[in-house]
Design a protein around this ligand. Structure first.
Ligand SMILES: C[S@@+](CC[C@H](N)C(=O)[O-])C[C@H]1O[C@@H](n2cnc3c(N)ncnc32)[C@H](O)[C@@H]1O
Length: 273
């Protein structure tokens, strides 16, 4: 395997990588992912001027503080886009928001969590779908978290290339983004950014926040987890949600019957029961 590739990667190297990634962030790297892992980590080996995977893995263990974040950042899959799975944003705006306005008419406190937010396109889509719904004196906030520090920097900056804003309706784009003369770069305006707090968080580790949240978006994140890790996470989400709160998953993700805290509403939208 990989005999004619630039860097040697043995089966033992791959086993070590997949065990470390599973233990650290719950992501299961099957044998089919070998080529993907090879090409993503080869960039690190090249950047560090090392000779093969074995040397890199020794370097990783000896320099955990500096290298571990880059190692994890190289492994995570960050594909995302604005208004991905648009029915979730329609449901948020047309069904959940009116309920939140009713539920919180006295405390005026609304919390939404985008867990596994990648470069921020999901939380900015949530913000654009809800920003006009709550009067200024409401305490409305979106928490956006990810394990990967690189994607979080992009998310915090809120700057996107022209082709990546294609999913945003033109009126919303003009209202909530500034752009350069060529239309090549778009920057989220401060009123949108102000709604969102970006934080690094490994979903497998203890969570510093208390909640409760009204809605948790966790889309296209658990797809890489095994059943035990997924179920534990869903139980923790149930504890973080208010009694009738919502959990929204990605299109290929389902909640197993073992997790009794939710009922399915269709379209990978779940409500706490
Ligand atoms: C494919 S992206 C999905 C982004 C967005 N939710 C969407 O649906 O467009 C998955 C994200 O989950 C993050 N992730 C994976 N494992 C994680 C973990 N254990 N804790 C926190 N984030 C994790 C990855 O870094 C990545 O940015």
């Amino acid at each position: 395997m990989h005999a004619n590739k630039e860097f040697k990667m043995t089966d033992a190297d791959y086993s070590f990588i997949s065990k470390t990634v599973y233990d650290e962030c719950g992501i299961v790297l099957s044998h089919q992912k070998k080529d993907m892992v090879y090409s993503r980590l080869a960039r690190r080996i090249r950047a560090l001027n090392l000779s093969d995977f074995a040397t890199y893995l020794v370097y990783l263990q000896d320099n955990k503080d500096q290298e571990f974040a880059d190692f994890i950042n190289a492994i995570t899959t960050n594909l995302t886009y604005f208004f991905r799975e648009p029915h979730h944003f329609d449901f948020l705006k047309n069904t959940i928001v009116p309920q939140m306005k009713q539920n919180h008419r006295l405390d005026k406190r609304v919390r939404i969590w985008s867990a596994g937010c990648s470069t921020g396109m999901e939380p900015y889509s949530i913000a654009m779908s809800t920003i006009k719904s709550f009067p200024k004196d409401w305490d409305f906030k979106i928490l956006a978290t990810d394990l990967d520090t690189n994607v979080l920097s992009t998310a915090k900056a809120g700057i996107y290339q022209g082709d990546s804003v294609a999913g945003i309706d033109n009126e919303l784009l003009q209202t909530y983004f500034l752009h350069d003369a060529q239309g090549e770069r778009y920057k989220a305006k401060d009123n949108l950014k102000k709604l969102i707090t970006f934080k690094q968080l490994n979903l497998l580790e203890p969570w510093p926040m208390k909640g409760p949240f009204d809605v948790i978006f966790c889309r296209n994140v658990v797809i890489y987890f095994d059943l035990v890790t997924k179920n534990k996470l869903f139980e923790r989400y149930a504890q973080m949600l208010r009694p009738d709160g919502y959990l929204i998953l990605g299109h290929s993700e389902t909640l197993s019957r073992d997790v009794s805290a939710f009922k399915a509403l269709g379209g990978t939208i779940y409500q706490k029961v």
